[in-house]
Every structure is written in structure tokens, then in C-alpha cells.
Design a protein around this ligand. Structure first.
Ligand SMILES: [Mn+2]
Length: 418
């Protein structure tokens, strides 16, 4: 086993830092998370140097949305520049996730390649199949000797499966899963033929069956469908598979297939996760080592489960004893869930006043009906339900009022980006 902090610069070993799901540019209830992203990227920079990392792999969802702001892009490129300044030999591989602007992410590819940085937004093919000269990247040790290869696979879209008939069944698994299995088998076979017996790692961004999903934060995805793939989709020739998409750090197949998880919680359902990054290396037999990261700002749900009356929420918030001199962008996030023991508008107004006097930022407010109405008809099947109807129902249940035209417009915007 490799001990933490062991020097690997003298060669023989190649150490990889696997991370994913940064979601740069994310906002919570309108609040920017830039402060947290900056703190994480500072910590990442220090960790790369302290742990003598040879290669940094980011397995998708680098940005939170398909239209990242100039500020979000500056943060990414500034971080890359700072890492390379501190460690010119560092190899960096970024692959797109379902949230990323795939084309835009790889637009600066030619310039970045000159610096040893690889960005893969889309799967590219040549006459013989997937372009392995682009997707199979050699990993060098501290002496510049190639010790392994990375098969870098971005989030796969329908165009990556020519001829696939979505929904066509017949085999033992859905057509899309079978197509993904065959594509991965072909890519790994081509990689093995080129790797000269050296270890091969892969990167990917999808849902693996058996993985633990966050409630609501990630959707089951494979080319936009709601499929999960079995982890044996990754052939045993791969010594390590660095995945993104699920935000809870977790291992499948005894750690051969792993989600590093996101660096900090992106929603209330992730508050209890042990967020961090993963280190693997050749000398350690590619056994993943989880490195927990400090949380740049705290996130609370009040109450921790269910809902509570206003008085109890006020007391719980006061009990946090939040220092009043904390700058706005470093203040904790709170999700509040209140019992609807008075009109929702009265509760919302009381919370507005409360939050003005509290050194915390409201990430979400739920006003739950004290008694859930008993449905006299079974809920309609998803296939017969329009997303907007579900939204209206959920909004009404959560807030006790119907969504306004503005809410509906925001929902339609979000829907068009999915
Ligand atoms: Mn994600």
C-alpha cells in the first residue's frame, strides 16, 4: 500500500487524482457558489502538490450549465494555469458530463494540448472507429516515462450510437445498454492493442447500476435516456474506471469502478455525504484512496427531517449561533421546511424577515401541509403525465400556492435545457 504523502517524483509510479462534478457556476436559490468553488480549487491545487500527483482527471460536469458565464470559464482556465505554473509536468484530462457545453468545452483543445491538457467534449471517430489517437492518452511518471494510458470517454449522446433504435428491445438488456456495452468493448479492445501491455484506466460519465444516487440531484442517464449500465460494462482489461455523475463518493466492483463524488454538497440531499477526491496509483495497485475535503461553507437542513412549526425553526436557527460578521458569500446555506400551520404567504413573509436578521443564506423553503390529503385515485403513470403538470402539482404541495407565470417560465427554461 502507498502511504499518504509518499514521494512519487522519482519515477516508477504514476499517481492520478480523480475528481468530478464540480458544477462551476452553480447557484442555489440565486446565491453564487463561486466562493466555494474557489476554496475547493485552492485545496485541489495544494493537494496536487502535496501528494505529488502526476495526472488530474476530471470526469465531467465541470460546469453546471450549457452556457457557463465568462467568470465560470475564467475560474477553470485560471486554475489550469495555476496548476501548470506550480507543476509544469502535470497532465490534465477533462471530459464532458451531461451538464457541460460539450462543443464549447473542447473549443480551446488545440491550445490546451500544447500544454499537456486534454479536453474531450465529444466522442470523435475516424475511418476505423473511435479516434484512439485522441481518446487514448499516455500517462507519464515523474521522469517522463509512459507508465499507463487513459481511455477518456465523455458523456455519450445519441449521435455516438449510429443506427441505435431507442426503445428497441429483444435482447437480454435494453438496446441502448447493449449498444453502450458494445461501444465500450470496441474502445477497450482498440486501447489494449495500442497500450503495449501497460495498465489502462478509463473515464466516463453515466449512471452505473448498483450505485447510490442522490435524491433528485442526478438523473439516471445514458444518452439522455433513464438507463443505468451494469458495472461489468467496463471490461476487466481496465484497471480503474474514474466515473462522474453520482455525487456521493462510492466504489463498485471492489473499487475498480469508482465515483469520486462532487467536492461539496450541491443540494440538500447531499448534506450528509463525505465529499472529496480520489487518489489512485500504479504502486498502490490502483486501489482508490478517498481524500475528504473540508466544506468551504456549511449547509444545514432545518429540521433535519420532515417539517417543523415556525417557532421551532427560529429556535433551531438561533442555536446555530452564526457569527454576524461572516461575509455574505461565506455564510452557511440553510434549507427550511415549515409546517403549514398558517397561510403560506404569512410563513414566507416571516421567513423573509428572519433571514434578514440571520447570517445565513436561504437555499430553499418548503411549506409542508400538516396533513397529506389521501389520494382517492391512484397517481397517473409517468408516461401519461406532462412534466409541467408534475411541476404544478409539486409546487402547490410545497408552497401551498399555484406557481406564477414567472415560475412557469423558469420551469420551461429549465426543461428546455434538460
Ligand atoms: Mn453532476
Amino acid at each position: 500500500m502507498v502511504e499518504s504523502g509518499q514521494t512519487t517524483g522519482e519515477g516508477n509510479n504514476v499517481r492520478v487524482l480523480h475528481t468530478a462534478d464540480w458544477h462551476i457556476g452553480q447557484t442555489l436559490n440565486g446565491w453564487s457558489r463561486d466562493h466555494e468553488h474557489r476554496a475547493f480549487l485552492d485545496a485541489l491545487h495544494d493537494l496536487v502538490l502535496a501528494e505529488h500527483v502526476d495526472a488530474l482527471l476530471v470526469s465531467g460536469d465541470i460546469f453546471d450549465g450549457i452556457n457557463p458565464s465568462g467568470e465560470a470559464q475564467r475560474l477553470l482556465f485560471g486554475t489550469i494555469a495555476r496548476l501548470l505554473r506550480a507543476k509544469p509536468a502535470l497532465q490534465i484530462i477533462l471530459t464532458a458530463g451531461n451538464h457541460d457545453p460539450a462543443q464549447r468545452l473542447e473549443a480551446p483543445e488545440a491550445v490546451l494540448n500544447e500544454l499537456g491538457v486534454h479536453v474531450l467534449g465529444t466522442l470523435r471517430r475516424d475511418g476505423n472507429g473511435v479516434d484512439m489517437a485522441r481518446h487514448l492518452i499516455p500517462l507519464r511518471d515523474g521522469d517522463g516515462v509512459v507508465r499507463a494510458h487513459v481511455l477518456a470517454i465523455p458523456f455519450l449522446r445519441q449521435a455516438d450510437f449510429p443506427g441505435l433504435q431507442l426503445g428497441a428491445e429483444g435482447g437480454s438488456e435494453p438496446a441502448v445498454v447493449a449498444a453502450a456495452r458494445s461501444l465500450h468493448a470496441d474502445m477497450v479492445q482498440a486501447a489494449v492493442a495500442l497500450a503495449g501491455g501497460l495498465p489502462i484506466l478509463a473515464m466516463g460519465h453515466l449512471t452505473c447500476a448498483g450505485g447510490l444516487e442522490s435524491e433528485g440531484a442526478e438523473r439516471r442517464i445514458l444518452i439522455g435516456g433513464d438507463h443505468a449500465v451494469p458495472p461489468d460494462l467496463f471490461p476487466a482489461d481496465l484497471c480503474y474506471v474514474a466515473l462522474g455523475h453520482l455525487h456521493r463518493p462510492q466504489s463498485l466492483e471492489q473499487g475498480r469502478v469508482r465515483y469520486s463524488g462532487s467536492p461539496f454538497p450541491l443540494s440538500a440531499s447531499e448534506i450528509a455525504y463525505d465529499h472529496g477526491v480520489t487518489l489512485v496509483d500504479l504502486a498502490g495497485g490502483w486501489v482508490p484512496r478517498h481524500i475528504p475535503l473540508p466544506r468551504p461553507v456549511a449547509m444545514h437542513r432545518i429540521p433535519p427531517k420532515g417539517s417543523a412549526p415556525l417557532d421551532a425553526v427560529v429556535t433551531a436557527l438561533a442555536a446555530l449561533a452564526l457569527p454576524h460578521d461572516t461575509p455574505r458569500d461565506a455564510q452557511p446555506f440553510v434549507y427550511l421546511s415549515l409546517t403549514a400551520d398558517r397561510p403560506a404567504t404569512t410563513i414566507a413573509a416571516a421567513i423573509d424577515t428572519l433571514m434578514e436578521q440571520t447570517a445565513a443564506r436561504l437555499a430553499g423553503l418548503t411549506i409542508a401541509r400538516s396533513e397529506a390529503p389521501t389520494p382517492d385515485t391512484p397517481p397517473p403513470s409517468l408516461a401519461e403525465t406532462a412534466p409541467e403538470d408534475l411541476f404544478v402539482t409539486a409546487f402547490q404541495a410545497a408552497h401551498g400556492i399555484a406557481p406564477t407565470a414567472q415560475h412557469l417560465a423558469a420551469f420551461r427554461d429549465a426543461l428546455s435545457e434538460v
